[in-house]
Design a protein around this ligand. Structure first.
Ligand SMILES: O=P(O)(O)OC[C@H]1O[C@](O)(COP(=O)(O)O)[C@@H](O)[C@@H]1O
Length: 366
């Protein structure tokens, strides 16, 4: 298509679109989801501190090696998001992590954003930086074997937030990132995370999520983003962590799918939720309830969890070599539970152990 309405020049060839669409479909294949292992150095430091390990490059490599060498990982994991340092790392035997993942049929992805910075003139809101030289970086990661990317924006619910400016700016930066990714052959995962900090109830969380999604998809349309070659990584709609009202998994499933149906075009192939500090068991049960919600769902609904896939793995490992097989077994167990939940076929499990612990950290600055 050369020009439409005199103002649009399609910048992607059909072959580019087909490639992006195929990658997106592979990531949301039935019963599979994403392992978000892209914690930046500061964030992984907090995870390692919990098991008394020093946050140095050797320990970060050791931990990521444990994750990526898990036998049968690809049964329920279709994509892994990497941090830049991890992208350059290899196993002890010298195999690049990226190659190891590709060999297993897992699509490697890369976190392209460079973190949240304050948005001047707002009440504590932020925007996400990293657009400078983004095309060059995206091209290099594509060449190095990545098939997708991630960019996280953060919005918070308060009496006066998110503001119009906060929603507009974050939607726009996500759209700019998305076009740059697509031009360079990477499927952009668009992540507008509405944090669960606060006393708000389920209805407010739903309304804010709907508004944020409306801004995001308006911006993606304005920037001519090819939706079939994107994925969305949203929060689930839950009451605020400090809310006095508690909601059932079914309520959360219904509120989440209702908000998504109002804001996410059917052209988007898949929605891969973040876990946002929910306990492992809640994140799995809520994903199951979302897939069970009695409403039409034109997209795949699966997981892209960081904490809710890794918390009990870290505990089982504890930094000790002899615990690696047990930790890998734990990862496989959680991946399977979430894979089942993405099909609405999670049978539940014992609430014992680490999986039931809340992973929420108030005012968590990433
Ligand atoms: O602040 P960072 O280091 O970029 O990490 C943010 C984390 O948030 C996520 O987007 C979602 O993680 P959770 O599932 O733990 O909420 C991860 O992909 C990522 O590791």
């Amino acid at each position: 298509m050369a020009e439409v309405g005199g103002a649009f020049k399609d910048s992607l060839t059909q072959a580019q679109k087909d490639e992006l669409h195929q990658i997106a479909l592979k990531i949301v294949a039935d019963g599979k989801g994403i392992l978000a292992a892209d914690e930046s150095t500061g964030t992984i430091g907090k995870r390692l501190a919990a098991i008394n390990l020093e946050n140095n490059e050797a320990n970060r490599q050791k931990y990521r090696q444990l994750l990526f060498t898990t036998p049968s990982l690809a049964e329920h994991i279709s994509g892994v998001i990497l941090y830049e340092e991890t992208f350059h790392q290899s196993t002890d035997k010298g195999e690049k992590f990226v190659d190891l993942l590709v060999k297993q049929g897992i699509v490697p992805g890369i976190k392209l954003d460079l973190g949240v910075v304050p948005l001047a003139g707002t009440i504590g809101e932020g925007t996400t930086q990293g657009l400078d030289k983004l095309a060059e970086r995206a091209a290099a990661f594509k060449k190095g074997g990545c098939g997708f990317a991630k960019w996280r924006c953060v919005l918070n619910i308060g009496t006066h937030t998110p503001s119009h400016l906060g929603m507009l700016e974050n939607a726009n930066v996500l759209a700019r990132y998305a076009t740059i990714c697509q031009a360079n052959g990477l499927v952009p995962i668009v992540e507008p995370e509405v944090l669960c900090d606060g006393e708000h109830d389920l209805a407010r969380a739903q309304k804010v999520t709907e508004q944020v999604l409306a801004f995001v998809y308006k911006a993606l349309a304005d920037h001519h983003v090819y939706l079939e070659g994107t994925l969305l990584k949203p929060n689930m709609v839950t009451p605020g962590q400090s809310s006095s009202s508690k909601s059932s998994h079914e309520d959360i499933g219904l509120a989440t799918v209702t908000a998504l149906r109002r804001g996410v075009p059917a052209a988007v192939p898949g929605i891969t939720f973040l876990s946002g500090g929910q306990s492992e068991l809640d994140a799995t049960a809520n994903l199951h309830a979302i897939n069970q919600a009695p409403l039409g769902k034109p997209w795949k609904l699966t997981f892209s969890y960081g904490r809710a896939l890794q918390a009990s793995v870290l505990k089982a490992w504890g930094g000790k070599d002899e615990n690696i097989p047990a930790a890998q077994k734990t990862l496989l167990h959680r991946a399977k539970a979430n894979g089942d939940a993405s099909l609405g076929k999670y049978a539940g499990e014992d609430a014992a152990g680490a999986a039931a612990e809340s992973l929420f950290i108030a005012k968590h600055s990433y």
